[in-house]
Design a protein around this ligand. Structure first.
Ligand code: SF4
Length: 94
C-alpha cells in the first residue's frame, strides 16, 4: 500500500542512517551546532557522528544535513515492502 509506505517513512519513528564523506568535510561545524548530540568535532578537524541517530533527533539531523556547506552528509532512508514489514535496502540521498 503506497500511502501507508509514505506515511511510515515520514513518521518520526522512522530510523535514518547517516554517512559523512570525511574527505569532503571541511570541519565547518554547522552540523555540530544544529544536532549536537549527533555530530561532534574532536579537535579542529576530527568529526564524530552517530550513523544511526535516535528518531527523536530526526528534525535536528535533517537541518544539519541541509546546512552542510559542502554537502558531506548523506542520508539513507528506510524503506519497507508492502504490509509484510520487511525492510528493503535503504535509499540514499543526496
Ligand atoms: S557541516 Fe559539513 S563540513 Fe561542517 S563539520 Fe559537518 S559535515 Fe563537516
Amino acid at each position: 500500500m503506497a500511502r501507508a509506505h509514505a506515511l511510515d517513512v515520514c513518521a518520526p519513528r522512522a530510523r535514518i542512517r547517516l554517512v559523512v564523506d570525511l574527505n569532503r568535510c571541511q570541519a565547518y561545524a554547522q552540523c555540530c551546532f544544529l544536532a549536537p548530540g549527533v555530530f561532534e568535532l574532536h579537535g579542529e578537524e576530527a568529526l564524530w557522528y552517530d550513523p544511526e541517530p535516535d528518531p527523536a533527533q530526526r528534525e535536528h539531523v535533517l537541518r544539519a544535513v541541509a546546512s552542510c556547506p559542502v554537502q558531506a552528509i548523506a542520508v539513507e532512508w528506510p524503506e519497507r515492502t508492502d504490509d509484510d514489514g520487511v525492510e528493503a535496502p535503504p535509499r540514499r540521498s543526496p
